[in-house]
Every structure is written in C-alpha cells, then in structure tokens.
Ligand binder design. Sequence first.
Ligand code: ZN
Ligand code: ZN
Length: 587
Amino acid sequence: MSKIQIMDMNLANKIAAGEVVEKTMNVVKELVENSIDAGATTIKIELIDSGVKEIKVIDDGCGMDENDATLAFSRHATSKLKTLDDLFNINSLGFRGEALPSIASVSNIVLKTSNEKTGTMVVVNGGNIESVKSCDLKKGTTIIVKDLFYNTPVRLKYLKSLYTELANISDYVNKMALSYPNIKFVLVNNEKELLNTNGSGDLLKTIFDIYGVVVANKMMYIENMNNDYKISGYISYPELTKSNRGSITLLVNNRVVKNYEIVKAILEAYHTFIPKDRFPYIVLNIEVDPFLVDVNVHPTKMEVKFSKEDSLTSLIMETIDNKLNKKTLIPKAVYENVEDKYYEDDLKVNEDLFGTNSIDDEKEETLEKPKLEELTFDFSVNEEKEKYESEVNPRIKELTPIGIVHGTYIICENPDGMFIIDQHAAAERINYEKYYHALSTHSKNTIDVLIPYKIELPTNEYIILEKNFNILDNLGFKYEEFGNNTLIIRSHPTWLPKYAILEAIRKIIDIIIKEEDFNEDKFNEKVSITLACKMSIKAGDVITMPDITYLINELRHTKNPFTCPHGRPTIITYTKYDLEKLFKRAM
Ligand code: ZN
Ligand code: ZN
C-alpha cells in the first residue's frame, strides 16, 4: 500500500498558506523532518551559502518507492498525518505535506531515494517533474534543493541575510539534535562543519556536542512527575548563564515547542540564583498525553498551550527549586568563559521560531548611598532569633577568615581551597532572608515611636496607598490619616532597620504604590530585597575581624548562601587543585 495519503482539506487549510517557504530555514526544517519521519539514524545537512544556493539532506531512512517519490511533489499529498490531533502522537513530525510541492515550485530539486527494493531518482524544475529514473539501491533518501527562490523576488532579500539564515538553521538543527539525541546530525555550510552530534541517545553527550565541554560539565539532570506530566532533562548551574533565552529548549513528547508560561516558571525557579538579565541553559522534555496539549495556537511556530498548565508549571518550579537547593553552588574562580558557539551576538538567533516571548524584567533599584552611621551591620532582626533558628547550611563548609582585600573581598580558607566572599553580596543575602522570614511569618511585634513619623505624599499616590491600607495593617503598622495626603505613623514592626526607619517606611510605601496586582509573596520579596540592599554593608566599607567572622557564620546559616537576592555570587573559590595547577605544582 502506498504510504502517501491525500490530506484532508480542512487540515490543508489550517496550515497557513505561504508560511512554508519563506526562508531557507523552513526548507531545511521540512527536509529534516521528512528524514526523521523516515526513521533515519543519521541526517546530514550540507549547505552552500546558507542554503540559498544549495541544500542537500542525506538520510539513511526507509526511503520511498517510485510511486511515493513522484506523489511527494503533488499538492496536498502527505505521508504524515491526517488530523491536527495526531500532531503530538510522537511517531509523526509533520503536518506539512504542502511543503515539498511549494519548495519544488521555487527551486530545482533532485531526489534520490531507495527502500532497498527500488531506487528512484526524480528531477523537478520549478515544480514540473522533468524525469523519473531508477538509480542505485543504497537505503535512504538524498534530496538536493538548488537555487532556492531562483524564480522569485524573495531571492535578493535573502542574499543579504545569509548570516542570519545560517544562524537560524544552526539553531534549528541544534534543537532537533536535542530532541533526538538518538539521531546523528551533521551540519555543514560551505564545507565547514558546524555541528556533528554523536547520535548515541545520550542527551548530555548531545549537549556537549552543541555547547561544548564547559557547558556540559555544568549541567544537572532533573526528573520528576505528577499525575498529568512527566518531566526530564538538564538544567545549568546558576553560574552558567547566557544573555538571551536561546538556550532554553522545551520539548513536548520530544518535539520542540514554545510556551511563555513554562519559560516564566523556569526563570521563576532560578529567581535570585541568577541575575535578572541572564538566562540558564535548559533542555526540558515534557511527556504528556497529547490530549492535554493544544497546538492550534500557532501550529507552524509550535506555540502550544497546556490544559492543567498550573500542574505543569508547579511541577517544573518545584523540581528545579529542589535541585538548586540541594547542590553546593560555589563557582570556581578559574574557569574558561563560555563563548556560545553559534550564538555570537551578530548572529541574531531567530527568537521568534524557537525562542520565547520576552518577559519584562524589572530593573534592579539603584539606591542612594546610606549615611555613615548606617554602615554598621544591622541585624536588628536578631530580636526575632527565637523564631528563626536556622541550622548551618550543609552546603557550605566552615571557613577560616584570613583577611580582606580592596575593602570588599573577604579571603577565607578551608581544606578544600581558598574562598573569596563579596561582603556586600553576603550581607545582603543574610539580611534578605531575615526580612523575608519576618515578613512571611507575619511577625507582628511592633514598637511605638516616641515622635510619630509624618509621611506626606502627592495626592495621586496617596489615593493608591489609601486603597491599600490593609497591606500596612497586615505588616503591623499603626497610623492615622492627617489631612488629605498625610499619614502619621505611630508604631511599626520591630524588624525595620533601626538606623533608617523613616527611609524604610518610605521604601515600603513606594513599593505598595507601584505594586499593580498585589501578590503577597512578591511584595514580601520586593520589600526584603530593597531593605536588604539598603541596610547591608557596602563594598569598601571598613569592617573588623569579629564582623567578618559574624558575617561568615550568618552566611552559613542562610538557605541559599551562594547568591545575593539579585542573583550575583556571594562566594567564589579557588580549589586547592586550582591553586596547585596555577602554580604548576600539579599538571
Ligand atoms: Zn545590593
Ligand atoms: Zn545584590
């Protein structure tokens, strides 16, 4: 029986017309996915001039008989699937079928294919089948698409952006290799090999082939499931980040997809572990009953929606969170910087295709420098100590302080090596966790003030604050309104930093006014970060040895001692081995 089936018209219409052959990347995509559908274990993509001159895809798949080989070039024929619902039934990639005839209409094609019983060669020029001959019997399919867009005005446009096209193709092939670690992918442009994966089925090896050894060494395996979803894959250590979302690869039943909410959940899990403008490396496969996935959002761009989305996002967040909170995450001082192989900034990766929608990052607040008397440690939250009896964090060992350099970096040691602590980042982490703890446990201990604080606001701001008085109440403030836009504060929570109470109150009110959708957790976090940054010793502030000892001890009692709440490192290390290597004692 012929494998090619005539696609139902409804589906044909759903495939947005004209989207197929706009770019060389889409042609590569079509051909590669045909090869995957044919069960190939090796797919070699050879390009000349980013594919504009020639795209050759060689696979060792099942091949076609003569009938299928010619039928493949007629419109509305597809060997893929019959309805969109089949899309996530893993065994088929396509809902294309439209594509090959479209590609043929704007190029010259030579197709050689063999199913080991018959070998067929079809030559198609500008959409017309010129010849069908028999040829050799080596199993698989080789398709050569030449002079793409030769008969259309599009061609000129693309000659200008060969680099961008190549970056897009490279990104696409990388992601296919990550989706199919059991297939060997080779990508060559103008005889230069850009990618050659091992095809062993080991995802970490594929990550190594694509991103290199530094990245592969800094990835952690994760796996988890709940009633609806199973997730597995690799996530990077927080120290390994890049400046765009291009290295977040999401797969659903091994197909590359895009989904804003999932990326948001991932970034949320990394929140305070990495700086806001940095992104982790992620390869995450989601296994799910296709029934729970809606691809109709934008089928060709693979934007998907999930039923029971919350179940999925909380599974992802919980899993990443658990992993990040179990590992010791002290970055090594000695470590080559990761230069992204195919992602140099001038090669703009097509974020639109497999990237993710942009999420607004909030800017870190710049705060005025505190006055001198505010520079001492302020651990006034210690009053809450009975309620905040945290254990020493086992992920950070005992450290002996040696001294301080540049008024900022505390040098310590232990048998594992030498450690450098950023005094501001460390103090900020400590204070952040204390404020956050006080806020989220609804610590209601308050202090009456002798001389009430008077806070005057512009009317527009006062109106917003008025609507949110309950937030002030919940925090334990006691106050009264005075005139149209003035608040008299009579008592405040004990955890406010005692050297800058008025300033802290103003900050909190500021945050209340700016908060659009009030979310208690987010609010507590913002207040904690702002106060922590404000109330912590700064770089360059002079501190004594007892202060240093106290700081290290407090840091060892935090939940995440490795980064400040903005995601910057608090501590880095030269391991004993690094030092020996640097001094050539060990090779
Ligand atoms: Zn800070
Ligand atoms: Zn910070």
